[in-house]
Design a protein around this ligand. Sequence first.
Ligand SMILES: *Cc1c(COP(=O)(O)O)cnc(C)c1O
Length: 395
Amino acid sequence: MSNTPLSEAGFETLAIREGLVRGFEQEHSDPIYATSSFVFESAEQAAATFSGERDGNTYSRFSNPTVSVFEKRLAALEGGEDCVATSSGMSAILTLCLTVLKTGDHVVCSRNVFGSTVSLFNNMLTKLGINVSFVALRNLNDWRDAVTPETKLFFCETPSNPICEVGDIRQIAEIAHSVGALLAVDNCFCTPALQKPLAFGADVVMHSATKYLDGQGRVLGGALVGSIELMADVRAFVRVCGPSMSPFNAWVFSKGLETLQLRMDAHSVRAMTLANWLVAHEKVAKVNYCGLATHPDHDLAKTQQSAFGGVLSFEVTGGQAEAWAFINATRLMSLTANLGDVKTTICHPASTTHGRLSDDQKREAGITASLIRIAVGLEDVSDIIADCERGFSAI
Ligand SMILES: *Cc1c(COP(=O)(O)O)cnc(C)c1O
């Protein structure tokens, strides 16, 4: 096995080479260590490895060399000290919560987070006596006012889905730290290629690796990145409770990281082109994309993101009937709630991803009946626009 020295390397070099291991065959591509356990040369060596006196793998629920490659590489890209991989994005959030929270503790979370994140906080953690308050992402007074003496964790997702609101990571971190709480940022939409929350004061970055880190919609996975101390606690939880990442999935994610910057830049360029085209269309009432100079959070986004990502949403003139007619007339885009794929996806948030929200909650979240979300993939943007033309002709 050999590691390349990379202390001075740039982002794209780290994305390709950080953590790289070679097996006995000196293969050029990373090997997959498809094994549940590891053998020892002696009882003494086994004892020393299990006790932690000696570095080494014992069992793949605890650690696996292929998973370690992904963890080292993602930690380097986020600018974090350490990373722990998990079986999915949701298990990453659960792992974080059960590592840092106990019964009686309180969480402040931005309102427009991923649907299952809301359910996890509202329906699962409440069973353990952990309470949550949801606040408006960009209203800093809301964050301050929601704090109780039991608040231990702030959680946010920026930019938000599907209307692309941006939270001020520096300011939210400052409020969290002033009350002794940690700030975790779900960095799924930007990835470290476009935004590094730890550099703005966040304590933990959480990922659904399922999305852009893979980038081709093949496998599920998640990750947490943060300090050595915090990740040691997180690792202890994963070791005992078992939401571990499989070696095959880790291998796919490490391969995905190799092209992350190229893909995120390309997603962003295409989304920007599509957003500008939509703004000029007569059958569009509103476009939500923080890359547009007219978006209320454009200036803030520029201070913490290097580009604006692949997800945008827009309202067609009319209501649900018009939005559904648009979607049903498209032929190229995949009608699915997933995102972060080379294939462009389209969905109607009000009746799918956000269908369980009440009318009031939808109004607060800006999710109207005429809203359509597109997660722009890497097809020719002219073909994506042609598909939207088909949609508009049906209205
Ligand atoms: C998909 C997603 C998650 C959950 O990740 P899974 O890998 O599906 O468990 C969390 N946050 C965001 C922003 C997501 O898009």
